[in-house]
Ligand binder design. Structure first.
Ligand code: PA5
Length: 451
């Protein structure tokens, strides 16, 4: 079972920059009402992410689709961006071989290679076209709104390439959409052309959608057990629901960060000591930033609030960031993602009587993690640890749900709406105007000076 330790945020451990137990106790009723308010919105069907772990029927449909693709195709390309791509990348690097795309089909046990070109840099897309055998590829176009420019541009390009090389009929067999059940351009095309589509429930927002077909279809295509992922998420959902608030990991994680924001530490670093979990930090960065960075509170008052999430990686960033974390401004809280069992180890051979000889990489990795945690704590630098027994579908499901729920609770504590993104929308509208989309030209007027 995943565990959360906040020990190194307590005054008893890190001195005056730590939190006193009484400070935590003071927030019990705030946390209770945060959880209560989320629960009533869940019951009224407004927060669909709560329900995703229970959608086993959908998991079965995705696994059936993946079985169809196995053996017939080699590659799976996710065409999406933001919440429609980051979770896919995170699941893949957490739960598949680090060089998955270089393995043979046999080594992949029929699982497809995965590509997630989540940008519109022409160099990236040209490079993909150069390398990809489109006849052996399934294209999953993922967009909640079905209108995002980056996603549609890449879809148009890749679809043309597919039709050129595999014929017009290939689209129906090799393209699958994941989109809103009713609205948007992709849904319209699916209806008109008979392109198969999976649903993103209308009440699930992009960055909370990794446990829907958004993240799970590509996972199933590469052979990840989506049922196990959902099982882990359910375990966490039940644990958080039934624990007293100050024992519920999602509430506690949010609360510690909320207290530190008030103490002047708004920079929240996530530093996995697991190469497999590096992209979970990237996924979390979007979740935390886009959900919590808001100009207005819920009463409409200007607050310009929000933490700044930072992604780091142990041990790599010991040689890049840790100097700053140790001696720079006291404005950070660091979360270590820790793993007990790496599922294997590599011995360091003896050479020249060197002290490293005869030890192992896991021992070195763990020693560096412990040393960094101890060094930071000794300098009064608050840090938390989320520990996974092992990186498995189940523990990753637990982690994802805990961080999603924590984000929602943090939004309640900050009294902002964690589920919208008006700041992103403005850039989207302006891009439409710049790209000549009909009806959007007027957005240019007020920005002319900056453009
Ligand atoms: O969390 C969000 O809502 C965003 O990051 C979206 O995921 C992103 O903008 C992509 O949107 P869409 O899935 O509608 O293409």
């Amino acid at each position: 079972m995943l565990s959360l330790s906040i020990q190194n945020c307590l005054r008893s451990r890190i001195g005056s920059r730590g939190i006193a137990p009484a400070e935590i106790g003071k927030y019990r009723s705030n946390l209770e009402s945060a959880r209560g308010s989320l629960e009533s919105r869940r019951k009224s069907g407004r927060l669909g992410f709560f329900e995703l772990p229970y959608n086993e029927g959908e998991a079965g449909r995705m696994e059936a689709a993946a079985r169809e693709w196995k053996g017939r195709y080699d590659n799976f390309v996710v065409i999406g961006i933001g919440g429609s791509a980051l979770g896919n990348i995170a699941l893949q690097s957490a739960l598949r071989h680090p060089n998955w795309n270089l393995l043979s089909a046999k080594e992949r046990r029929g699982g497809l290679r995965l590509f997630v070109p989540d940008n519109v840099d022409p160099n990236l897309i040209r490079g993909l076209l150069d390398a990809l055998d489109v006849k052996k590829t399934v294209f999953n176009v993922v967009s909640k709104s079905g209108t995002t420019a980056e996603c549609l541009a890449n879809y148009f390009i890749l679809r043309r390439e597919l039709e050129r090389k595999a014929g017009k009929d290939a689209a129906k067999k090799q393209i699958v959409f994941t989109t809103d059940p009713e609205k948007g351009y992709l849904r319209e095309v699916s209806r008109r052309e008979g392109i198969p589509a999976f649903d993103i429930p209308a009440n699930v927002g992009g960055r909370f959608s990794v446990l829907s077909p958004v993240g799970l279809l590509s996972a199933a295509a590469t052979g990840i057990s989506v049922k196990e992922l959902l099982r882990g998420a359910r375990t966490m959902a039940e644990r958080c629901r039934t624990s007293p608030v100050l024992k519920d990991p999602a509430s506690l994680y949010a609360l510690v960060h909320h207290i530190y924001m008030k103490k002047g530490s708004p920079i929240h670093v996530m530093m996995p000591y697991s190469h497999q979990l590096r992209d979970m930090a990237d996924w979390f960065r979007q979740l935390w930033a886009e959900s919590l960075g808001k100009k207005l509170d819920r009463k409409g008052g200007q607050v310009f609030a929000g933490p700044t999430p930072v992604k780091a990686l142990g041990v790599t960033d010991q040689h890049s960031q840790v100097q700053l974390y140790m001696e720079g401004p006291h404005d950070k809280v660091i979360t270590f993602l820790s793993v007990k069992d790496f599922g294997g180890d590599v011995a360091i051979p003896a050479r020249d009587g060197h002290y490293l000889g005869g030890k192992s990489l896991a021992r070195l990795f763990k020693a560096e993690e412990r040393a960094t945690i101890a060094a930071l704590s000794s300098q009064g630098r608050p840090n938390l640890a989320i520990t996974l027994p092992k990186v498995t579908e189940e523990s990753v499901g637990e982690l994802i749900f805990m961080l999603e729920l924590s984000t929602a609770i943090m939004g309640e504590l900050m009294d902002i709406n964690a589920f919208d993104q008006p700041g992103v929308e403005q850039g989207k509208l302006l891009t439409y105007a710049l790209m000549g989309r009909k009806g959007f030209g007027h957005h240019l007027k007020s920005f002319r000076k900056w453009l």
